[in-house]
Design a protein around this ligand. Structure first.
Ligand SMILES: Cc1ncc(COP(=O)(O)O)c(C=O)c1O
Length: 291
């Protein structure tokens, strides 16, 4: 744990190592809760409104009443970012069902717990965004919406963790998860894009993935840059045949994919990804500029 990590909990900010929740918390006992991962740059939290909206949607998706209003949560984030030693970092916002009895019934939990950790960024083992990552097509399929809607960013990430463990065993950096129909859904913690003959393509949300906030920003960037963008179902074969392939996520931002299992993706002489990456950095700079 990073010594400088801070935690906002029960309306106070303390060193993260001193922040605790009960062993009876259903977030711990059952993964019953929701979370958000956010980044701040230059002391300002990127896409804060979108993250708060997704948090509220996730909470509503599991019938969890947030213990604070979104204004109160935004203010807690602001205090935490201000108290943090650096002007850039990562925030983990967690809401658990709260402390209850050992039974699964959420009605036994009196009040949800909310805490926010500010820490340095810990993403995939990729420190340099120019380095392309290797994906492994996981046997573990993405949980279908009929079982647990992937758009709910719940505390139950075992589906994604099992896929990531497969990727690690295969010597790859990240898992590529398919839906039950065999179409590409997403990575274990990121969304997937390809570029084919100048057109940006990403699977539609109905193919069962988290509605990534970075994904939405990238689509906006493409529109701004005049790059056509389509939401279409994709097969692994589409990724292998693409001119470019990349992943998007709050932690990793945009990362090129260089390989899927043992197949190397072709290197394109005039890649579009650098244009999109630059557009994305411009969005961060605009959003997080000093007021
Ligand atoms: C399963 C999953 N998909 C996609 C993403 C990317 O979402 P965002 O861009 O909002 O970080 C995440 C981020 O944590 C994720 O956990």
């Amino acid at each position: 744990m990073n010594e400088n990590a801070l935690c906002w909990i029960n309306q106070t900010i303390k060193p993260a190592r001193d922040a605790t929740v009960s062993v009876f918390d259903h977030g711990l006992l059952y993964g019953d809760g929701v979370f958000e991962g956010l980044r701040f740059y230059n002391g300002k939290t990127f896409m804060l409104e979108a993250h708060l909206q997704r948090l509220m949607d996730s909470a509503a998706g599991i019938g969890l009443q947030l213990p604070y209003s979104s204004e109160q949560i935004a203010s807690a984030i602001e205090q935490l970012v201000e108290a943090y030693f650096g002007d850039s970092g990562y925030l983990r916002l967690v809401v658990t069902r709260g402390e209850g009895s050992l039974g699964i019934d959420p009605r036994k939990c009196a009040r949800p717990n909310l805490f926010i950790i500010a820490d340095e960024l810990a993403v995939m083992d990729v420190s340099d965004q120019a380095v392309a990552v290797a994906l492994h097509v996981a046997q573990t399929r993405r949980t279908p919406a009929q079982c647990l809607d992937p758009q709910v960013k719940s505390l139950n990430y075992l589906n994604n963790i099992l896929a990531r463990m497969e990727a690690t065993r295969a010597g790859c950096d990240e898992a590529l998860m398919l839906n039950m129909d065999g179409y590409v859904s997403e990575g274990s913690v990121d969304n997937v894009f390809i570029i084919v003959e100048g057109v940006l393509k990403t699977p539609p949300l109905e193919d069962g993935m988290l509605a990534g906030i970075t994904r939405a920003v990238v689509i906006d960037v493409a529109v701004r840059e005049g790059i056509p963008c389509e939401e279409v179902s994709l097969r692994v074969s589409d990724l292998l045949a693409a001119d470019e392939c990349f992943l998007t996520g709050t932690g990793a931002e945009l990362i090129p994919v260089g390989q899927i299992d043992d197949q190397l993706l072709p290197v394109t002489p005039t890649p579009l990804l650098p244009v999109i990456m630059q557009g994305f950095q411009n969005c961060i700079a605009e959003y997080c500029a000093n007021p």
